[in-house]
Design a protein around this ligand. Structure first.
Ligand code: ARG
Length: 452
């Protein structure tokens, strides 16, 4: 059986239905993520086509208005990629030709679906990265707030999961806030890579039309273009992988926090508690209040950390030039943003509700974490450090060590001097060098009616 449906590349013979099913795969679902971006790319492309004389001013106006209608249709959730239509690029071109006739067929001059999907991915991803960054910032602020709330509540610090030295909830919450400042830096690098324009690379080797690539670069609010057309095409997969590394960085931070929280919530630690309405029960054990939230954050974020490897393996050893392999990356990449954002929002929600145990140190099993405090006190009084170390060690062995439970840590980043303000300044510095407004303004302008 062959299928004679509307295809951009129809040449008068059908395609075997099984081949069609297999090659289209999940594209009709995946391309829905890219629909708005596809319209924006086309709006910029046709402005450029008019500039180089491939469209008349009247054609540009008609096409622009109709593309803007389609954009609004997508925003309203009413856009569908119809049965039998391959992808979002075909669907949009089909709607244009249905409404406008032959002029709809003109928009594809000087481009290929290969550079369309490239530009769509860049536009979609930079927008999603902005959302992720906003969620990261919200979590950062919550962690800093909790760090300040509990700045004086001491807890044991561990090495090898053995009681080690005094730590505090101020340090614990604050550490994860600072981790996010580095994660944001990687997100920024990813954003910058997405902010270069591949449009004009066509199938990967440019076009004999005198395209004004600088025009589309500016119209879409990109920082610059991917200049070399072969490199522009090579960016497919590479961009996604680099972005995935940045997402995995955040996911790694969340997974670690989640594991700490599960551990500290266990009765054997009892350092923190979740309000009971934020826990889940057991079908058999009536006493259970389980921290499933953190377990699911941990698992979902661990899964997200596999993303760079998944993408790497899909594109492993592909030579330069386009390959259909790249289509499969969309299936793992496009849904990852919402997956991470859901975890980020849930972490923010639950971190704000954590209740901490203010009396952890009353339990004498933690007494030995003050051993270094005692050594340092003796050393400060003049005893050589090694002798003080030995004396305290012998006292511990003899069972005569009695801890003094007050701590005096004053250097930067320690219990008594959290430097939360300096950490907030680090965050502000990264945040301040994003310039999302360039993207916002460009996209808004493309959606305004064309002036006469
Ligand atoms: N669905 C394709 C993808 O995601 C779009 C590009 C199709 N190009 C082609 N040469 N077959 O890669």
């Amino acid at each position: 059986m062959t299928n004679q449906n509307a295809k951009l590349w129809d040449k008068g013979y059908g395609t075997d239905q099984e081949i069609e099913r297999f090659t289209v795969g999940r594209d009709r679902e995946m391309d829905m993520y890219l629909a708005e971006a596809d319209v924006l790319g086309s709006l910029a492309h046709i402005r450029m086509l008019e500039e180089i004389g491939l469209l008349t001013a009247a054609e540009l106006r008609t096409l622009t208005a109709e593309l803007q209608n389609i954009h609004a249709q997508i925003r309203r959730g009413e856009f569908v990629i119809e049965e039998g239509i391959e992808d979002v690029h075909s669907q949009i071109e089909l709607q244009l030709t249905r409404r406008l006739g032959d002029v709809g067929k003109k928009i594809h001059s000087g481009r290929s679906r290969n550079d369309q999907v490239l530009v769509d991915l860049k536009l979609f991803t930079r927008r999603q990265l902005k959302f992720v960054c906003e969620d990261v910032k919200a979590l950062f602020e919550e962690l800093q707030r909790q760090s300040e709330n509990y700045r004086d509540v001491l807890m044991p610090g561990y090495t090898h999961l053995q009681v080690a030295m005094p730590s505090s909830f101020g340090l614990w919450f604050g550490a994860y806030a600072e981790a996010l400042t580095d994660d944001l830096l990687l997100l920024q690098a990813a954003y910058k890579m997405c902010n270069r324009n591949p449009l004009g690379s066509a199938a990967g080797y440019g076009s004999s039309f005198p395209l004004h690539r600088q025009t589309t670069t500016q119209l879409l609010g990109f920082d610059s273009m991917d200049y070399n057309v072969v490199y522009a095409q090579m960016g497919r997969g590479k961009t996604e992988r680099n972005v995935a590394f940045a997402l995995a960085g955040v996911a790694g931070t969340l997974a670690k926090l989640a594991f700490d929280a599960c551990l500290f919530n266990s009765q054997n630690f009892g350092f923190l508690r979740l309000p009971k309405e934020c826990t889940t029960g057991s079908s058999i054990m009536p006493h259970k209040k389980n921290p499933d939230v953190f377990e699911l954050i941990r698992a979902r974020c661990n899964k997200l950390q596999a993303l760079p490897t998944q993408i790497t393996l899909i594109m492993n050893n592909l030579p330069s030039g386009y390959f259909r392999d790249l289509q499969i990356i969309k299936e793992v990449f496009l849904p990852a943003f919402e997956e991470l954002r859901d975890c980020l929002r849930m972490t923010t929600y639950i971190v704000g509700r954590i209740e901490v145990n203010k009396k952890i140190l009353d339990d004498e099993r933690y007494d030995l974490m003050f051993s270094v405090e005692e050594v340092n006190r003796l050393a400060a009084e003049g005893m050589p450090f090694r002798d003080a170390y030995k004396k305290v060690g012998l006292d511990i062995e003899a069972g005569t060590f009695r801890p003094r439970k007050e701590v005096h840590h004053t250097h930067e980043g320690s219990i008594g001097n959290l430097c939360n303000k300096q950490i907030a300044a680090l965050m502000d510095e990264v945040w301040g060098s994003f310039h999302f407004e360039q993207m916002e303004t460009a996209e808004q302008n493309l959606l305004k009616p064309l002036s006469e």
